[in-house]
Design a protein around this ligand. Structure first.
Ligand SMILES: *Cc1c(COP(=O)(O)O)cnc(C)c1O
Length: 958
């Protein structure tokens, strides 16, 4: 036998692992839809005017090669001991949480819990998170995470403006001891909202400054701790609201801001077990008083009941959010940080209140010993503190910091001062090494000696020591052993459907494979243990990775420059619109503030436009679902002098490639506007067409859709923006870790320079693994799969919109309104019935009410697509039995869905069998998923709003 090595494929070639259908399945699918080849299908589907040549990317790489290359890049990051603080701290992720949550597809591949009956596990975890934040902050209500501390502070400012109605001031007072990145984000946000920021000393200057709100950092960014009560009462006397940005760990020992008069408390939950990751992803928290519950931003988990009257969880008060309220929404945030919030609360559950207090006391004690030693060495330090010691250094600050850095001890640099923050990972050895830096030729003190003499809770004034108890609910006391913890997390995981169970065909959300090889690097210490403000020389690996990812994304989109700062699609939209605004301003075009948005747009588009200080004008769509070009022309012309931008999704949110996209861009440009293409649907474009080539000026990409970052049950995400060259100088920058080549005074839109940098290796790996050819094939197969599903379902459920040749793009909308008309069965009934078949429902009622939008993606095999289609067809037959009168309209498998085990084993007097209820198709016998609750009552939950764990007394009654 002769061997020909080049003809044999490598066993770890990735392409055919990522793409679901093999060659024979692809051929069969092409046959079903009546296309000769993938190329033939693309010719029929994508407008010829936008088709592009091959992307300038390398060839596909094997999984081993990709990981080896990433290891080399990672090795260029240098892990130092980090004492920089400023909102980011070392932490120990308990291994049981690392492996079973962060590294577990059962948790990280889940979708946002819009279908609560199959999401009770993560909803319970997030409700626990809210309870934890309520307890720690001393307030009454908390949301289920925001993107980072700085943007949470900006959301708080906007909420103060909305809520402080009696107060006509336009000024928000920011205490000068807030973290610098928070101040920068606030300044940008204020500018776009037409608000003023005054930075000053809140304790002395607030009384003389009319304002609608004030922000204080607690403890201060340089470490000292002082009472919030005077500032809060001064604010109150001015009808202004008090916002406190608090360190979550300190709240175990300090009097919570809620007990000192704060109206809103924000912060980061990072140091509860979530690695620094060069800036993210981490969960920010946001807590407020009950009276502000209607205006709190972000998702909130609430308690409701199911159709049996049992307690069940769901997302509450969604009417505040952008998908309903559009430009009047409380915030544009859609994807937040669910997975990281879940990790943080599991950390608290595992340690319990006593364990957490011990951690906090140890950190505080280390800081106290360090400060006492420095005082012995003749240095002046702050006398109040939790974990951060600020050292007066006069002119020696650079020299000392350099010396520390050379010893791989990163301290925070300041003007004639240095500060040192301790964390859970700090040790006595750290103290000694740091003392060495400051000691000069003096002998260093003894840690043991100082420890013996040091008082309890050093640095925390008696009147600020916390008296109130925290985390009293049973969940924070029951899981102390690893076995118990493992089982609790597994119990929650098993309540939910994620991608490790079945396909999740979410239109507009691209729930594709999140490959293991892509995920492995994110928990390597060289990526996870890097502080976002670490010296540049220690972050060479990250900078190389980010630079290469930027080149890759430029190749995919045709743009000239990228910013990685936006940490969700919504933030990308905001950053992109600000770049457009700055561009117009730079040309003296200051009147341009109108943003044209088609009626079919995602809710984040109008919400972001409002946040960027633009006025939204809606453009209508025609009967085929395309942008109404006449209406666009008319509105662009009418507002020619004020036209700032058009925001359009391509292919459209209706799932079709509009033929007129070039015209749409041209018309906008003709009247002086810039074109923002929402890149959420890039999965239909990569390798085939590029927004940067067909007329767009800027786009965000959802790396958590097209580029394989998992959804995490509602986050993390990443929303980098690409721009054409003329917008490149208006991309966001950062006050602490600036980007070279950009004006340092540019906008700042997130807390960290590169957003959630810690998850960028995922997208880098995906693009490297797939190469130019693989990415193009993925797009072709995504379009094939959508057309296959559309073809198979069309005779049972009409496909609402199609483009040329009757083709859809990478998703399709099926119209359920006629069925509702004839039988009363709604899109919701079908969504819930799919759960009985083991499927997560497609996107419901977006962008058209009464429809489902199905996006199968390239990663699902024909076998899985068929299983889904057969479930849908079988459900259609069940509806047929209602149409024909065989089943009553108010008692049938659809309106009673989902069915639980309690239904099946209980008394049975329904006009269909138990088998039909629970095992409607035979293939379920091998892999049956049981929802743990029945249909949840949404209205009850919003009328009787409960967003915390049930009161302690209720556990006693059980
Ligand atoms: C998902 C999505 C967004 C918002 O992205 P997030 O990351 O959730 O903020 C915007 N537009 C469209 C069309 C989307 O599908």
């Amino acid at each position: 036998m002769t061997h020909n090595l080049s003809k044999l494929s490598q066993s770890d070639d990735f392409l055919n692992r990522h793409i679901g259908p093999d060659a024979s399945q692809t051929a069969a699918m092409l046959h079903t839809i009546g296309a000769n080849s993938l190329d033939d299908l693309i010719q029929q589907t994508v407008p010829a005017s936008i088709l592009r040549g091959e992307m300038p990317l390398s060839a596909p790489q094997s999984e081993t090669t990709t990981l080896n290359r990433l290891r080399k890049i990672a090795a260029k990051n240098q892990i130092a001991r980090s004492f920089i603080g400023a909102g980011y701290h070392g932490t120990i992720t308990p291994p049981v949480i690392l492996r079973n949550v962060l590294e577990n597809p059962g948790w990280y591949t889940a979708y946002t819990p819009y279908q609560p009956e199959i999401a009770q596990g993560r909803l319970e975890a997030l409700l626990n998170f809210q309870q934890m934040i309520i307890d720690l902050t001393g307030l009454e209500l908390a949301n289920a995470s925001l993107l980072d501390e700085a943007t949470a502070a900006a959301e708080a400012m906007a909420m103060c403006k909305r809520s402080a109605r009696k107060n006509k001031s336009n000024t928000f007072f920011v205490d000068h001891n807030c973290h610098p990145q928070t101040i920068a984000v606030l300044k940008t946000r204020a500018l776009s909202l037409g608000l003023e920021i005054t930075v000053g000393n809140a304790e002395t200057e607030l009384a003389d400054t009319p304002c609608f709100g004030v922000l204080i950092q607690y403890p201060a960014t340089q470490g000292h701790v002082s009472s919030l009560a005077e500032v809060a009462s001064q604010a109150k006397s001015q009808e202004a609201m008090t916002v406190v940005a608090a360190d979550i760990m300190s709240l175990l020992l300090l009097t919570p801001p809620g007990e000192q008069g704060a109206d809103i408390v924000v912060g980061s939950a990072q140091r509860f077990g979530v690695p620094m990751g060069f800036g993210g992803p981490h969960a920010a928290f946001f807590a407020t008083r009950d009276s502000y519950k209607r205006s709190i931003p972000g998702r909130i988990i609430g308690v409701s009941i199911d159709s049996r009257g049992n307690k069940a969880l769901r997302m509450a008060m969604q009417t505040r959010e952008q998908h309903i309220r559009r430009e009047k929404a409380t915030s544009n945030i859609c994807t937040s940080q669910a997975l990281l919030a879940i990790m943080a609360v599991f950390y608290a559950i595992y340690h319990g209140p006593d364990g957490l207090k011990t951690i906090a006391q140890r950190i505080n004690r280390i800081a106290g010993i360090f400060a006492a030693g420095l005082n012995q060495l003749g240095y002046n330090t702050n006398t109040t503190f939790f974990d951060t010691i600020c050292i007066a250094t006069d002119s020696a600050s650079t020299e000392l910091a350099d010396k520390a850095e050379a010893a791989l001890l990163n301290v925070r640099r300041g003007d004639k001062q240095l500060s040192v923050s301790f964390d859970e990972t700090s040790t006595a050895e750290d103290i000694e090494q740091l003392w060495q830096i400051f000691a000069g030729d003096q002998a260093i003190p003894s840690v043991d000696q100082i420890d013996k003499e040091l008082q309890n809770l050093p640095g925390i004034p008696t009147e600020l020591q916390r008296n109130s108890s925290v985390l009293t609910h049973p969940v924070f006391h029951q899981y102390r052993s690893e076995t118990e913890m493992l089982r609790y997390m597994n119990r929650l995981e098993r309540k939910d459907i994620a991608l490790n169970h079945s396909m999740i065909a979410l239109g507009s959300c691209t729930m594709k494979l999140n490959a293991t090889t892509e995920m492995i690097p994110i928990t390597w210490p060289e990526f996870s243990n890097i502080h976002p403000f670490a010296p540049r020389s220690q972050t060479t690996g990250y900078l190389e990775l980010i630079d290469e990812l930027e080149q890759q994304l430029m190749a995919c989109t045709g743009y000239d420059k990228f910013s990685m700062q936006p940490n969700a699609g919504s933030q990308g939209e905001y950053a992109g619109l600000l770049a457009i605004k700055r561009y117009h301003e730079s040309r003296g075009d200051t009147a341009r503030d109108i943003c044209l948005i088609p009626s079919s747009a995602h809710g984040t588009n109008p919400a972001s436009a409002a946040m960027a200080g633009m006025r939204v004008v809606i453009v209508s769509c025609d009967a085929l679902g395309n942008v109404n070009i006449d209406d666009l022309k008319e509105k662009a012309e009418r507002h020619a002098d004020q036209l700032a931008a058009l925001m359009v999704t391509y292919p459209s949110t209706h799932g079709v490639f509009e033929e007129g996209i070039r015209d749409i861009c041209d018309i906008t440009h003709q009247f002086g506007g810039q074109v923002y293409v929402d890149g959420a649907n890039m999965n239909a474009l990569v390798g085939l067409a590029a927004p940067g080539e067909f007329g767009a000026d800027v786009s965000h990409l959802n790396l958590h859709k097209t580029f394989c970052i998992p959804h995490g049950g509602g986050g993390p995400g990443m929303g980098p923006i690409g721009v054409k060259a003329h917008l490149a100088s208006f991309l966001p920058n950062h006050p602490v870790y600036p980007i070279e080549g950009l004006d340092q005074n540019n906008d700042t839109i997130a807390a960290a320079t590169f957003g959630s940098a810690g998850i960028l290796p995922i997208s880098w790996a995906y693009i490297s693994l797939m190469g130019a050819a693989g990415l193009k094939q993925a797009t072709q197969v995504a379009i094939l799969s959508a057309n296959y599903v559309a073809t198979r379902l069309n005779e049972h459920y009409p496909v609402l919109y199609t483009g040329r040749n009757g083709r859809v793009a990478h998703e399709c909308i099926i119209d359920l309104r006629p069925l509702k008309e004839s039988t009363g069965i709604s899109e919701e009934d079908i969504a819930k019935r799919l759960m009985d078949y083991g499927f997560h429902a497609p996107t419901m009622s977006f962008p058209v009410p009464g429809t489902l939008m199905i996006e199968p993606t390239e990663s699902e095999s024909k076998v899985e697509l068929d299983r889904f289609c057969e479930a849908m067809i079988h459900i259609r037959r069940e509806i047929g039995r209602i149409e024909s009168g065989q089943l009553p309209a108010d008692n049938n498998p659809l309106v009673n869905a989902p069915h639980t085990l309690a239904d099946i084993v209980g008394e049975w007097n329904r006009p269909y069998s138990r088998e039909e209820a629970g095992f409607p198709v035979t293939n379920l016998s091998e892999n049956k998923y049981w929802p743990t609750v029945n249909r949840i009552d949404n209205v009850f939950g919003d009328r009787n709003l409960i967003c915390s764990c049930p009161p302690i007394e209720s556990y006693l009654q059980d």
